[in-house]
Ligand binder design. Structure first.
Ligand code: NAP
Length: 463
């Protein structure tokens, strides 16, 4: 868990960062609490000004922020720029909407004797965010924009392979005018994370990451009686119905599976195609994937990025081997990927039998699982036969029917004729092993506030 910048394209270790000392962590918690005591009383307008300023700085220095993303975790430079803009949009969303989203709500009561009841939404205090490397800025923005806007203060433990992105965001918020202590990045160890969760001044934790990390942190939070939200893995279904526009569908399938190097919680990891069009889809999809160009993520004509680390590439290759050992057929597609850098050859897995455990795995890279469904109902059955429940999509030229099928898919987000919409003004989150809680919108900002009842009652008798 040593914090280091390693360029995934060259394998070069560019910088290392010492872990925080216990004294630094203790000081950070104290500072975050001290900051909370005044930040909670800061006006929405003042907080909004800081969020908007942070968005403006991101846009002003978008090139530099984007380059750091590509350098540390290898995403394509165009995708890095899009992530910077998305992060700015999230900060802006809460700058505009936090006050309205958290406005006191007058309750409609059955009997006037119950009083004049109002629900107010007050911040809880210091919160901890634990974030993954695949969208280093977006993941931070998704949690700190709503929570700082609500009046909470934040500590961040980011993934150990994106230490400079984490530091850059802390600097950004300081430059935007956030008071000292209100958002602090820590190169924390696992035991320090546990220490933070046990501090009585800390009131919750939001984790985005793997199931295994989620299970550990949710248990630690539960033991300390702290609120948690978990945004975990996914194996989104990409359902293709017989009437789908094949050209458009294949284009979105190639994108949905391979953007961000295939390392997205909502990547289209399981393609489920009805029998009638399975062979045509397979042929066109294989050709589409073969057209990807693996290479330097800083080069504008590269369309397939390396994975975030050599470790991640080795892990996925091992998973492919295991899937094949259990009976799947693996077809490597396209020109051979460079042997320099953390690349994995795009691979299509077919013939994944019902008893093949790989059916239920998350492949975090350019590996597509294809399933042949006998009909629409069978496609829905396969889509729902997953431990995960994050996103998913349905492709059809009948959008009304698409929306009906979407209702049958048991996940947090389903899209018709698009693999996924990751936007500032759409909610994000899942069910089952994909976690619990929601980020973004009013749902996200209300995850870590005290929904407090204030009731002005003026009656003479108890009954
Ligand atoms: P990961 O290994 O779980 O790491 C995520 C974060 O948790 C990192 O900051 C990591 O720190 C930290 N962490 C891991 N174990 C910990 C522990 N015992 N105590 C404290 N912190 C701990 O996940 P990843 O491999 O980086 O990310 C990929 C996973 O995230 C995939 O499953 C993906 O689907 C999921 N994801 C979900 C969403 C969503 O919104 N649902 C979004 C993006 C990604 P270190 O780096 O120091 O280990």
């Amino acid at each position: 868990m040593a914090y280091a910048t390693t360029n995934p394209y060259t394998g070069e270790v560019l910088n290392t960062f010492p872990e925080a000392t216990d004294a630094e962590v203790a000081r950070a918690v104290a500072n975050a609490h001290a900051a909370f005591l005044s930040w909670k009383n800061t006006s929405f307008a003042a907080r909004a000004g800081i969020m908007q300023k942070a968005a403006d700085i991101l846009r002003r220095d978008s090139e530099a922020y984007a380059r750091l993303l590509t350098l540390e975790m290898g995403k394509l430079i165009a995708e890095a720029k899009a992530e910077v803009e998305l992060s700015a949009k999230i900060l802006e969303y809460y700058a505009e909407k936090a006050e309205t989203l958290l406005a006191p709500e007058k309750l409609s009561v059955a009997d006037p004797a119950e009083g004049d009841a109002v629900l107010v939404h007050e911040p809880l205090g210091v919160l901890l965010a634990i974030e993954p490397w695949n969208f280093p800025y977006y993941q931070i923005a998704r949690i700190i924009a709503p929570q700082l806007s609500a009046g909470n203060t934040m500590l961040l433990k980011h993934a150990s392979n994106v230490p400079q992105c984490a530091a850059a965001f802390e600097k950004l918020m300081r430059e935007a005018g956030l008071p000292d202590g209100a958002f602090q990045n820590l190169y924390a160890t696992r035991s320090q994370v546990e220490y933070i969760l046990n501090d009585p001044r800390v009131h919750g934790v939001a984790l985005t990451g793997s199931e295994s990390a989620g299970a550990i942190i949710a248990a630690q939070a539960g033991k300390a009686l702290k609120k948690s939200t978990m945004e975990l893995g996914g194996a989104d279904a990409f359902v293709v119905l017989a009437d789908a526009d094949m050209e458009k569908t294949v284009k979105w399938a190639v994108f949905g599976r391979h953007w961000n190097g295939g390392q997205v919680c909502v990547s289209s990891k399981r393609m489920i195609i009805v029998d009638e069009v399975y062979d045509r889809f397979l042929e066109n999809y294989t050709a589409g994937v073969a057209g990807l160009r693996a290479g330097d993520p800083f080069e504008p004509d590269t369309t397939l990025a390396p994975l975030s680390s050599q470790g991640a590439a080795d892990e996925i290759k091992d998973k492919i081997r295991q899937a094949v050992a259990h009976g799947a057929k693996a077809t490597e597609v396209g020109p051979t990927v460079p042997n320099r850098g953390a690349f994995v050859q795009p691979t299509i897995l077919t013939e994944i039998a019902e008893d093949n455990p790989a059916r239920y795995w998350e492949f975090f890279g350019p590996v597509s699982m294809l399933f042949r469904a006998s009909d629409e109902d069978d496609a829905v059955r396969i889509a729902n036969d997953s431990p995960f429940g994050l996103g998913g999509s349905v492709f059809t030229s009948d959008t009304k029917r698409g929306a009906e099928v979407a209702r049958k898919i048991s996940t947090g987000m389903v899209f018709v004729n698009h693999p996924t919409m990751v936007k500032a003004d759409l909610p994000f989150g899942g069910v089952r092993r994909s976690g619990y809680g929601r980020e973004l919108l009013g749902l996200g900002i209300k995850e870590f506030v005290n929904h407090k009842l204030i009731d002005v009652v003026d009656i003479d008798a108890p009954f």
